[in-house]
Structures are given as structure tokens and as C-alpha cells.
Design a protein around this ligand. Structure first.
Ligand code: BES
Ligand code: MN
Ligand code: ZN
Length: 500
């Protein structure tokens, strides 16, 4: 989707398009509305009246081929009260409505209502998110099932400033989210650890992310570092495990970085503790945490963030095999701590154990956050609306809550404490990777497990098993199965707390 910002004067007929004319409850009509009304000899106002468009949200009329004007269509749409207006959602909603309309250009008139350049940029972000598609493997898609919209133009009083907000922030946010979606959508025969790593490596030479440095560690290097927990998970797969490190050094030289760490299980069969067949195909998305990290690193690099940020993703495939690890196996993690693997399906925490420890030892970060589709239990707990937030620091937790409020990706904090921690003690090793049978709190004990690998670093863990892809999310900004959840949240968290 091409995005541009234009000045408010209507250029009737010069741009073949659908023009969107928002009407707010209790607010004056825009000049664009009045201009079109005049040109069409009151067709706009009479249609609005007949359709009951009084500014109430959800009430709208479409005028196709309005006489007297050269525009293709007008959509006059009620948006509720100006004070409650969410430009991003609006941009998404109208884009969703018009995506297959046959028209190629959409003009959203935000002028005439004292909306800000930021509102305009956010409307464009909504449009870009709503227009997302993953059609690359559909060779027989009929022409009328393909999106027709190619361009969205936002009309606003100060297009130059809106363009600046777009280029410096919201555009890169849209790209990062859609990149995360692309990764989650890919099936596991296309996206596996080495192909995934190669894709990340490409970011080094892409124009948008110029300056980002990417390092890939293979199995031999990880073995040397002692990453027995991560390597144990990938052991049953013919595909080699990878650890990928992305470095963005936009901050002051010498300031400690923040680390974003992602679970990248490119397919989770459960291993020898095999999952049931029904719905197992969703486990191609078990790398959603890593996708959020890659998407966030794209955004951070593309907007040239003045911060030092390291992204680390542990990429493995969890397969049952003669070479796979068995329940009861004991592995030694990079930290030196030993783990009894009672269930090979609790593999994400094993991957993160080594990735987090590596992040802490290698980069001595100011703070670190990990994202993971870690537990089915978080879906029981929070469904598909909130990601679970766990933290050893009230400060980081508060930062995360605020970033969530500012990025419309919701999080809800759950507790960690010593009593939960005890549940993962093992008589055979330093710990086991699942809790005591019947103890419940499966998402919390997974969090306790991770906490054993972060030392004193202020840290947060986001369990995104319910939000990385959708069973029931209906937001127009999330048109595909993969939501890209976490990419914009991480970008926001960095922007709000670690820049400048
Ligand atoms: N990847 C799954 C968690 C998951 C489940 C993500 C459903 C998205 C949707 C994870 O590796 C897993 O299998 N967790 C187990 C842990 C259990 C064995 C302690 C689970 O949640 O059942
Ligand atoms: Mn699993
Ligand atoms: Zn998993």
C-alpha cells in the first residue's frame, strides 16, 4: 500500500478515487464535505440525511458515481465524538471496507476537524495494517479476490508534518508489524532455522535497515558456549539450530544496550511428548516471539532510533526422532544449571534459558525483555486479548504497561514468587522443565523457569501464546491469522524509555 499525505483542497476528478468524508457527532462539517455537497448539488447532504448519518459511529452511506463530481465514490461515515476518535482504527476500518472495491485509490479526508499530523500518520498506519495480505502461495486467486486498493492518501491541514511523523515513526511501525506477520504466516517447510537466519541476515544489506549488524551462531558455536538446553530441543530435527543476534547501535557509544529476546521454534510438534494432531498446524507460528523481535528491530533500524538495542532469537525445530531427546533427559544449560526435561513439549523455556543467559553475559544489558508463545495456559487465563506479563522489576513492568497503552497491544501482569519457583525443583537436577502435576499455574511456573536465567537484570517476559495469532481477535488492523503482536510494543517501549 502506497501512502501519501495531501493538502485538504478537493481535487475533484484529478484523482480517480473513493473519497472518505467523516462526520462527527456534534462537530462542524468539513470543507471537503461542503465542497462535494456543492458540486453534487446537495447529493451528499441529502444522502446523509436519508441514511441517518448524523455523526453516530457506524452509520454511513456510500454514493457511487455522484453526479456533478468526477470522483468515483463518496463514503460519508459517522465517527462518533471527535474526542473519542481513534484515527488508526478509522483508517483500518475504511481500508478494510474498500480493499476489494475495485477502486485503486482511497482519499481519507481528515481535514477540517482540528486533527493533528500524528492523527493523519496513525490513520495511514491503520490503512497499512488493514491492507496486509499473505497471498504468496495462492496461485489460483481470482482477480476479484485480490485487493484493488493500491494507494491511500490522507488529506490533512499540515501534510508536511504528517509525512514527517509517517517517515520517522509510523511508517516503520507498519513495516515492522507486517514483517513479523510475514514470518509467522510462513509454513515450517519454508521457514526453518537456517532459512530464517538467512532472511534476517538480509536486513544487513536492505536499504531501510542499513546499519543493522547481524551475527549467526551455528550448532558448533553454541555447543562451545555450552548451550545444552537450546541444542537439546533441536536435536531431533534434521534442520540445524541457529542463534541470531541483531545489533542496532544508534545510541551513545558505551551506553549499555537493552536486549529483546525471542522464542523461535519454527515448528513445535512437542517432540517425543508429541502433541495431538488436531490443530497442530498452528505450531508453525511457535516462532511468533522471534518474529516480534525481528519486526521490532526492523522498525528501530528503519527509524534510526537513538538507542542501543540488541535482538536475539533462538531458532530451532522441535521434532520427534530417534535422535530426539527423551522425557527424563538431563541437559546442562549455558548457565551451568542442569535441567531435567520431563516434557519435551515444554521446549520454549529451554531455548530461552540459553538465549537469555547469553544476552545477560555477552551484553550486560540495562534491561531485557523476552517474547514467547510459551504456554497454552496463558490462553486459559487471558484468552486472546492480553499477553501475559511477568517481571522481576516493577519499573520495567510499569514501562511495559505504558508502552502497551500507547501501542494498542495489551498486556496483563501476573505474579512471580518463591512458592511458585519451588514447583520446578527436581530431585534429579537443578530444576525440571514442567511443574508438579496438578499444581496449575502453568504460565507462572514457565515464567519462574525463565527467571532462573536472568540473574539481576531487570527483565520482563511476555507470554504471547494467545495473541501472536488469532482465534477470535476481530480488530480491522489485524486482517490475517498472524497478528505480528509484540513488534510495535517493543518499538514503543524502546522509544519511550531508552532513547535520546
Ligand atoms: N508452543 C507451546 C505453547 C502454545 C500452545 C502456544 C498453544 C500457542 C498455542 C509450548 O511449547 C507448549 O507446548 N507448552 C506446553 C507446556 C506444557 C507441556 C508444560 C503447553 O502449554 O501445553
Ligand atoms: Mn511445546
Ligand atoms: Zn512451543
Amino acid at each position: 500500500m502506497k501512502v501519501s499525505f495531501i493538502s485538504p483542497e478537493i481535487k475533484d476528478g484529478q484523482i480517480k478515487s473513493i473519497a472518505i468524508l467523516p462526520v462527527f457527532k456534534g462537530a462542524k462539517l468539513s470543507n471537503a464535505y461542503k465542497d462535494y455537497d456543492k458540486l453534487s448539488k446537495k447529493r451528499v447532504s441529502s444522502a446523509a440525511k436519508a441514511g441517518g448519518v448524523d455523526g453516530s459511529a457506524g452509520k454511513s452511506v456510500q454514493i457511487v458515481g455522484p453526479e456533478g463530481t468526477k470522483t468515483n465514490r463518496l463514503l460519508v461515515t459517522g465517527c462518533g465524538k471527535l474526542a473519542d476518535f481513534n484515527a488508526e482504527k478509522f483508517g483500518a476500518q475504511v481500508t478494510k471496507t474498500m480493499l476489494m472495491s475495485g477502486e485503486t485509490t482511497l482519499i481519507i479526508h481528515l481535514d477540517g476537524h482540528d486533527l493533528t499530523p500524528t492523527d493523519a500518520a496513525q490513520a495511514a498506519l491503520g490503512a497499512v495494517l488493514a491492507a496486509y495480505r499473505f497471498d504468496k502461495y495462492r496461485t489460483k486467486l481470482a482477480a476479484d479476490k485480490k485487493p484493488s486498493l493500491k494507494t491511500v492518501k490522507i488529506a490533512v491541514e499540515n501534510p508536511a508534518q504528517a509525512r514527517k511523523a509517517w517517515n520517522n515513526f509510523y511508517g516503520p511501525v507498519g513495516e515492522g508489524t507486517n514483517i513479523a506477520r510475514d514470518l509467522v504466516m510462513e509454513p515450517a517447510n519454508k521457514l526453518y532455522p537456517t532459512s530464517y537466519a538467512a532472511r534476517i541476515k538480509k536486513m544487513e544489506t536492505q536499504k531501510e535497515t542499513m546499519g543493522l549488524k547481524v551475527q549467526i551462531l551455528g550448532e558448533a558455536q553454541m555447543a562451545k558456549l555450552g548451550m545444552g538446553a537450546l541444542l537439546g530441543v533441536g536435536q531431533g530435527s534434521p534442520r540445524a539450530s541457529q542463534l541470531v543476534i541483531m545489533k542496532w547501535s544508534g545510541g551513545k557509544k558505551g551506553t549499555k544496550p537493552v536486549c529483546l529476546v525471542g522464542k523461535g521454534v519454527t515448528f513445535d510438534t512437542g517432540g517425543i511428548s508429541l502433541k495431538p494432531g488436531a490443530g497442530m498446524w498452528d505450531m508453525k507460528g511457535d516462532m511468533g516471539g522471534s518474529a516480534a523481535v525481528v519486526g521490532a528491530m526492523h522498525t528501530i533500524a528503519a527509524r534510526k532510533a537513538k538507542a542501543n538495542v540488541i535482538g536475539i532469537v533462538g531458532l530451532v525445530e522441535n521434532m520427534p526422532d530417534g535422535k530426539a531427546q527423551n522425557p527424563g533427559d538431563i541437559v546442562t544449560s549455558m548457565s551451568g544449571q542442569t535441567i531435567e526435561v520431563q516434557n519435551t513439549d515444554a521446549e520454549g523455556r529451554l531455548v530461552l534459558a540459553d538465549a537469555l543467559w547469553y544476552a545477560k553475559e555477552k551484553f550486560k544489558p540495562k534491561a531485557m525483555v523476552n517474547l514467547a508463545t510459551l504456554t497454552g495456559a496463558i490462553i486459559t487465563c487471558l484468552g486472546h486479548e492480553y499477553a501475559g506479563l511477568f517481571s522481576n522489576s516493577d519499573e520495567i513492568s510499569d514501562q511495559m504497561q505504558t508502552a502497551a497503552d500507547n501501542s494498542s497491544e495489551a498486556v496483563w501482569r501476573l505474579p512471580l514468587n518463591e512458592a511458585y519457583d519451588k514447583l520446578i525443583d527436581s530431585p534429579n537436577a537443578d530444576m525440571k522443565n514442567i511443574t508438579v502435576p496438578g499444581a496449575g499455574a502453568g504460565s507462572i511456573t514457565a515464567g519462574q523457569f525463565l527467571q532462573r536465567f536472568v540473574g539481576d537484570v531487570p527483565w520482563a517476559h511476555l507470554d504471547i501464546a494467545g495473541t501472536a495469532w488469532k482465534a477470535s481477535r476481530t480488530d480491522p488492523r489485524e486482517p490475517s491469522w498472524a497478528t505480528g503482536f509484540g513488534a510495535r510494543l517493543m518499538n514503543r517501549w524502546v522509544a519511550d524509555n531508552y532513547e535520546g
